[in-house]
Design a protein around this ligand. Structure first.
Ligand code: C2E
Ligand code: CA
Length: 481
């Protein structure tokens, strides 16, 4: 009897163990919320289907679907509503597909659809279109009608990959490209996408190395007061000194740094370095009034941005009034109330704000009065078309007059000729910056320039009357350096 009980117990434990293993397997294979297969089961099924497709010489498609705005929906309507929405989406997807197709949910806002029985590429298009159309309708969740944004990336077997992992990865890459082109899009994978992804990975790696190896430098571009001829400020411009290829200009690496987020540490370095340099010039007694630093939207909208700026000012000991932050209009136009709040916080700290590249596509005069800027920077492309283009000259005058009414200064960027300078002075532009005076300078060159105030260079730069002599300033700057 005793033995029997013991045997029974052993059997029960074995059964329980088996049950638990099966439950665990079910848990790993199926998503608890939607009941759809997880990535693990999808891989198994995909591998089996690939074997079959290979044997039968068929093609297959993998669709990667991402619900872009799930996080916002969760934030606004709560996690429960988000869960109900995901369930509703998975049910709807089920209705769009055929029996042999598999839908899986590998991530919170992601679905992967496997189409093992398509005959041609167009079949995948048809299903992607049908799915997007169905998902375009609002979902009734509680009392709310919720709209979702989805994008689909498609990879095909055997053209885009022969194993499950590559096909899923390539459908994901294609989805990212669909997303770049807007909402509710689908896109097929192409080899060029991987070339780009590889290129981006290489840039990202080398930027990370550049940060570690301290390969960034700042150049400073003088800003000249058009009344006095004095250098009243400088704009700090980032350069990347790559030991293997020399100086790299910002337009060749900043867009990538913005995309991968590395602009945050790089931008903080630039801000710190510019503030420390300005403080050093001040301590030496020959500093221009302020230093201007460019900001990208990613920094401005990033977490702890204000804290970062305050910390840099604290650590370098720079007076906030000696710092100007240049914001492009694209920053300010993403308006949601937050932008003006952040701008006002910067202003409260005592930092000066200027609107960079004013006069580009986004420009709106109405916009000038909404933002607490102290200065407007007339965009270079605009300055380059004056005085030949009378309409642009008239618009420049209008911007200057309006800015003055709003108590803002105007600086013209990219001034290259005497004619431009003359016209700008005649329409009361306050300041100018550009190759007419000099190119952006290395710290030591600018220090050199600032300390030469007393010699012949000083006579010329401080006498705007001599500016009508073509190219003289540029020549003289070069002579001095
Ligand atoms: P930006 O803010 O419009 O800067 C002015 C650009 O025009 C600089 O190019 C400058 O060298 C160039 N420039 C100035 N005067 C003239 C001129 O008379 N003729 C010509 N042809 N060009 C002139 P750079 O240094 O290559 O900078 C390009 C852009 O990179 C900047 O445009 C700015 O948007 C961005 N950038 C530079 N440094 C930083 C930085 O530290 N952080 C961020 N986020 N962006 C930066
Ligand atoms: Ca700028």
């Amino acid at each position: 009897m005793k033995k029997n009980t013991k045997e029974q117990l052993v059997t029960e434990i074995a059964e329980l163990r088996q049950q638990l293993t099966t439950q665990k397997q079910v848990k790993a294979d199926y998503d608890l919320l939607t009941g759809l297969p997880t990535r693990t089961l999808l891989y198994d099924r995909l591998m089996l289907s690939l074997l079959q497709a290979n044997r039968e010489g068929r093609i297959m498609a993998v669709l990667f679907l991402c619900v872009e705005n799930l996080k916002i929906i969760n934030d606004i309507y709560g996690q429960h509503a988000g869960d109900l929405l995901l369930k509703a989406i998975s049910e709807l997807l089920g209705k769009c597909l055929r029996k042999g197709d598999t839908i899986a949910r590998p991530g919170r806002n992601e679905f992967i659809i496997m189409l093992p029985e398509i005959k041609r590429r167009d079949d995948a298009i048809m299903i992607a279109e049908k799915t997007l159309t169905a998902l375009n309708e609002p979902f009734l969740i509680g009392n709310h009608e919720l709209f979702i944004n989805t994008n689909i990336g498609i990879s095909l077997y055997p053209d885009d990959g022969r194993d499950a992992e590559v096909l899923i990865k390539n459908s994901y890459t294609a989805m990212l490209h669909a997303k770049e082109e807007g909402r509710n899009n689908f896109k097929f994978f192409s080899g060029a996408m991987n070339d780009r992804a590889l290129e981006q990975m290489i840039i990202e790696n080398s930027l990370r190395m550049a940060i570690k190896r301290k390969e960034f430098v700042l150049y400073y571009h003088p800003q000249i007061d058009l009344m006095t001829g004095r250098i009243i400020g400088t704009e700090a411009l980032l350069r990347w000194y790559r030991p293997e290829s020399g100086l790299v200009f910002p337009l060749d690496f900043i867009p990538a740094a913005e995309e991968n987020g590395l602009i945050i540490p790089i931008g903080e370095w630039a801000l710190y370095t510019a503030c420390a340099q300005q403080k050093e010039w001040q301590a030496a007694g020959f500093a221009p009034e302020r230093v201007a630093v460019n900001l990208s939207a990613r920094q401005f909208y990033g977490r702890n941005f204000i804290e970062m700026v305050s910390r840099v000012l604290n650590e370098t000991g720079l007076d906030p009034a000696s710092l100007e932050l240049e914001l492009t209009e694209s920053i300010n136009f993403q308006d949601d109330g937050q932008t003006v709040k952040t701008l006002n916080k910067l202003k409260d700290i005592g930092i000066l704000i200027s609107i960079d590249d004013f006069g580009t596509g986004y420009s709106s005069l109405n916009y000038l009065k909404q933002f607490p800027a102290y200065k407007v920077k007339l965009v270079r492309s605009f300055v380059s078309s004056i005085p030949e283009n009378p309409v642009d000259s008239a618009i420049a005058k209008l911007i200057i007059d309006l800015s003055h009414v709003l108590k803002m200064k105007v600086i013209a960027e990219g001034v290259e000729t005497t004619e431009q300078l003359e016209l700008l002075r005649s329409i009361d532009c306050d300041e100018a910056q550009g190759y007419f005076f000099c190119k952006p300078l290395h710290t030591s060159d600018l220090t050199n320039l600032l300390t030469k105030k007393e010699d012949s260079y000083h006579d010329m730069i401080y006498k705007p009357a001599s500016w009508h002599e073509p190219g003289i300033l540029n020549r003289r700057f070069e002579e001095v350096l």
